[in-house]
Design a protein around this ligand. Sequence first.
Ligand code: 5GP
Ligand code: ZN
Length: 118
Amino acid sequence: MCLFCKIINKEIPSEVVLENENFLAFHDINPKAPVHVLAIPKIHVDSFNEVDPELMSSMTKFIQELAKEMNIDKDGYRVITNVGNNGAQEVKHLHFHIVGGAKLKWGHFSDSNPKANI
Ligand code: 5GP
Ligand code: ZN
């Protein structure tokens, strides 16, 4: 069973901030901003690349509710999902990072030439 499935089953503890029948949101163990929570589906899906678009529809609503719950909906935030090897996805269970609580910077994504394909 994957790490986030164990969190869903409460085999591994987490600080839950929002939950419903299909989704769970909890604090990231290694926060990158004043607000950094993870939203996951309770069914195992490897990544965004495999997710059923219909599940994404309700997950979008959950993420919007989560932003409100964290009180970052008005000031703004970032939603990130890393996909696969090049996306640097570490946990192979679909998750969205919801990051905010401060003005965010736009990152340095890669050491490769960003204009190599132009
Ligand atoms: P990824 O790199 O796969 O997009 O992000 C995985 C995220 O899960 C990382 O931000 C990491 O800090 C977080 N994480 C890894 N293990 C745990 C854990 O056991 N508990 C919690 N709450 N977060 C975790
Ligand atoms: Zn899983």
